[in-house]
Design a protein around this ligand. Structure first.
Ligand code: ADP
Ligand code: MG
Length: 314
């Protein structure tokens, strides 16, 4: 199967959307999407970002989901994306699984695949995503103010456990749910859109709550104080790992793709409305404070993760 057959067979079908003047097939795509636009790229490398033998449909879902998560963190609305695919070989079963996972998510968010690149090499998937930034202003990392509440969506720690269980068979229902959280994260796109105009700052949790909140507080020029007994820990995590280790995983585990955001006191009641309308649990876990570091408390005592920062490639 040649490069052009791959494109025609698996990817051309996702071409259509309003404003795509020239899609797949020419030297460039041409789109007429009025701005302001939010644009981001994320690359997934086999063996680094996912196990090489992970299910192809899950890989297709995951590579688009992590990009959608960046749009979500800005409050943007997905429009389209390009796909740079590097494959060791053109294996139809793998390609059709990959395309099905990717297409399902792309269709859900009415996104067009407008172009890309197909090459041979170690399995690497790079997506360049384009969305419409919210009219009320994008959710930046830098908008937080001292006194704002700190919130997270969903429940944390499951994805890290899932990564550890990915290769095992005969998992319990809880363990399978963790694996699904890792392989097929749910990008919080609708939540991000609804938080635009409500939240003062936001970031998606890819490296771990503490590591990502640290980026937010640095950009906002303040510190944060967290009350960890409020933190929503993934179901079954503390039963399996014990209280201390379960909590540590929820605080430090990456690959969650939940949103961490800050909200001024005057807007706190809007958070309940957004939670109701999106059906996503939103929990206040602390507040922004003067200073430049994050302090965690557990039942009144200072709590430390014993870990430095999140995942860094270099
Ligand atoms: P060029 O050589 O001009 O860069 P290519 O031969 O690489 O173009 O690609 C031909 C067309 O197919 C282009 O429109 C390109 O955007 C599209 N394309 C290539 N690979 C992919 C892919 N994996 N997914 C979607 N479109 C792709
Ligand atoms: Mg060309």
């Amino acid at each position: 199967m040649g490069e052009f057959e791959i494109i025609d067979h698996y990817f051309r079908g996702l071409n259509g959307r309003e404003g795509v003047l020239v899609g797949i097939g020419d030297d460039c795509a041409v789109v007429d999407w009025p701005g302001p636009l939010a644009i981001s790229t994320d690359t997934l490398v086999a063996g680094v970002h996912f196990p090489e033998d992970a299910d192809a449909a899950s890989i297709g879902h995951r590579c688009l989901a992590v990009n959608l998560s960046d749009l979500a963190a800005m409050g943007a609305t997905p429009l389209g994306f390009t796909l740079a695919l590097t494959l060791p070989q053109a294996e139809p079963a793998w390609l059709s699984g990959f395309a099905s996972g990717l297409s399902r998510l792309a269709r859900r968010f009415e996104m067009a695949l407008i172009g890309g690149d197909t090459t041979r090499g170690p399995l690497t998937i790079s997506i360049h995503i384009i969305g419409r930034a919210p009219a009320s202003g994008s959710l930046l990392r830098s908008g937080g103010q001292v006194g704002d509440g700190v919130y997270v969506s969903g429940r944390l720690g499951g994805a890290l456990a899932g990564l550890e269980f990915v290769r095992e068979r005969g998992l319990s229902a809880t363990q399978s749910e963790w694996v699904r959280r890792f392989l097929e994260p749910e990008p919080r796109v609708e939540l991000g859109q609804q938080l635009a105009g409500v939240a003062s700052a936001a970031i998606d949790i890819s490296d771990g709550l503490l590591a990502d909140l640290n980026h937010l507080v640095e950009a906002s020029g303040c510190g944060a104080s967290l009350t960890l007994e409020a933190l929503p820990v993934a179901a079954g995590l503390t039963d399996f790992y014990g209280n201390a280790e379960g909590l540590r995983r929820a605080v430090c585990g990456g690959d969650e793709y939940e949103l961490c955001f800050t909200v001024p006191l005057a807007q706190a009641s809007s958070v309940e409305r957004v939670a109701r309308e999106t059906g996503v649990a939103l929990t206040r876990i602390g507040e922004l404070v003067p200073g430049e570091s994050i302090h965690c408390q557990l039942h009144g005592a200072e709590w430390q993760s014993g870990e430095a920062g999140g995942y860094e490639h270099f």
